[in-house]
Ligand binder design. Structure first.
Ligand SMILES: Cc1cc2nc3c(=O)[nH]c(=O)nc-3n(C[C@H](O)[C@H](O)[C@H](O)COP(=O)(O)OP(=O)(O)OC[C@H]3O[C@@H](n4cnc5c(N)ncnc54)[C@H](O)[C@@H]3O)c2cc1C
Length: 472
């Protein structure tokens, strides 16, 4: 019945029901479901979204919002055993306006992050959000997951880019159009509640995004270091020499780099000789009065003098800069495309605790599962380390899967003991709900449930994700 009702609302082009058409919607970057999707609703505008949400609510059918399907937490897929309508915003792709006086862009939720980055650059502005999934993830999904990525240490997460959201609530009513104001203290900040709510409070249909001056100069380098502590020391030195121009500081362990080389079947060492860890440092300037190259050189001289570096290379062309980033991004891609099970984590700890976190996890892994291979990489400049684990050589996939939960939990627990988080940027979705319950106090979980209940009293929006309305 719901399918017939949605066909009335959306017409043929707006609804997918054939098994062959649903295939592309059955996975995200990590998970896959083989059942549960009743149909995919593809509304063309906010009004249609509103009618779809109201119809699902009236029919008592779960509605799962979906953007590019690049998430890591299973948030854009039905739960096992659940029948759901997927609502994809992929046909909502307009940039509604770009205001270069107020530096605001308003875009439909289905625009990809990459499209919006390019549109901003087209008017000499920067959208301060970037990550490896930019090409296929939607801005609605980025906002719904409060995505992080490569430039958080300078520009913040998705939340920090959002001035306003337009969103459809669980009863079909519309909040919007998105506010474009830089200052607004009128009541509770509903925008901030919706950002990061992973489709459980509202369907985001449009977003007003902050723009900034576009950088006119970049300095990018890859540096070989002996240990995470040396990397951290390099980061602190970089901040003191380069100040707020530091826009990215990424760390890659040797096993992470080797994993990428094996995946692409090519060895493109960025330095003359392999080093145990690589740090990717980038600084960017928007002012022609700043000599970024000279500042970067001064940093390198001081880092060498201080004995922080084993080796280093600074990009002298755009192609070299791209190939440095391709190495870093290639690690995440290789992890996503691996054909065997990998334990994947998304922890963050206070930046100063990063070396201790990595040391403790590696030692505990060796103790619990000798010869398993920790693969650490990530946005260490903001404390977010993806400490993934590959199986010991020769261990059967099924056997390793059985250890997965124990190992993830151990890694999360070490992060929590250092006052960290179990989810830095990927969200909670369906996989991290237990970990969230371990991390937050009963008072925090209680207020989250109350918020869910207030926004979605009957539980139509992404039920079973992030937090339930009632204790289960
Ligand atoms: C190679 C690679 C690298 C990546 N690197 C990073 C990284 O560095 N940092 C990072 O944060 N992420 C990263 N990601 C993950 C991913 O791109 C982000 O989580 C992104 O924000 C998801 O957007 P999406 O449109 O694909 O959302 P989906 O995967 O479709 O959905 C994710 C969640 O958002 C909800 N949702 C989607 N659209 C809407 C909407 N319009 N309204 C309400 N809820 C909605 C869904 O219900 C789901 O809960 C990476 C992904 C890949 C493939």
């Amino acid at each position: 019945m719901i399918v017939a009702r949605l066909r009335e609302i959306l017409g043929g082009a707006g609804l997918l029901v054939e098994p062959g058409d649903l295939g592309a919607y059955r996975c995200d970057s990590v998970h896959r479901v083989d059942a549960g999707i009743l149909c995919v609703a593809r509304p063309a505008d906010t009004e249609q979204v509103s009618r779809v949400v109201a119809a699902c609510r009236a029919a008592g059918v779960a509605l799962v919002p979906r953007g590019g399907g690049t998430g890591f937490a299973g948030g854009a897929l039905p739960l096992p055993g659940q029948d759901a309508v997927l609502l994809s915003v992929e046909r909502m792709r307009s940039i509604r306006s770009i205001d270069t006086v107020g530096d605001v862009m308003v875009a439909d939720a289905g625009c990809t992050l990459h499209e919006l980055q390019q549109a901003a650059l087209g008017v000499n502005r920067l959208l301060g959000l970037d990550h490896g999934g930019a090409g296929s993830s939607s801005i609605g999904g980025n906002v719904a997951t409060n995505a992080g990525g490569n430039n958080v240490l300078r520009y913040g997460m998705a939340r920090d880019q959002v001035l306003g959201v337009e969103a459809v609530l669980a009863d079909g009513s519309v909040l919007g159009p998105p506010s474009v104001l830089r200052k607004c203290n009128a009541g509770y900040d509903l925008r901030s509640l919706i950002v990061g709510s992973e489709g459980t409070l509202a369907v985001v249909t449009a977003v007003a995004l902050k723009l900034r001056p576009a950088p006119i100069a970049f300095a990018t380098g890859v540096f070989g270091v002996e240990s995470p502590q040396k990397a951290l020391d390099l980061f602190l030195l970089a901040r003191s020499v380069l100040g707020e121009t530091v826009s990215a500081f990424e760390l890659m362990s040797r096993p992470a780099v080797e994993f990428h080389f094996a995946h692409v079947k090519a060895r493109r060492e960025p330095l003359d000789r392999p080093t145990p860890w690589l740090a990717l440092l980038e600084a960017e300037s928007t002012s022609r009065f700043m000599d970024l190259d000279a500042a970067f050189q001064s940093l390198l001289d001081r880092a060498m003098e201080a004995g922080l570096l084993l080796d280093g290379s600074v990009a002298s062309s755009i192609a070299q800069r791209r190939s440095m980033w391709a190495l870093r991004e290639g690690i995440a891609v290789a992890m996503g495309e691996a054909r065997f099970h990998i334990v994947k984590t998304d922890t963050a700890v206070p930046v100063a605790s990063s070396p201790e976190f990595i040391r403790r996890v590696e030692s505990e892994l060796e103790h619990r599962l000798p010869r398993c291979r920790p693969v650490a990489f990530g946005h260490v400049g903001d404390g977010n380390i993806h400490l993934n684990v590959l199986p010991p050589p020769g261990m059967a996939d099924t056997e390793f899967r059985m250890r997965s939960e124990e190992l993830s939990r151990m890694i999360d627990d070490i992060a929590l003991s250092l006052r960290g988080t179990v989810s830095a940027e990927h969200g909670i979705g369906q996989g991290k709900r237990d970990a969230l319950a371990r991390m937050l106090s009963p008072a925090e979980i209680g207020i989250m449930r109350a918020i869910k209940l207030a926004f979605d009293p009957v539980g139509v929006l992404n039920p079973g994700k992030l937090v339930d309305r009632q204790p289960t």
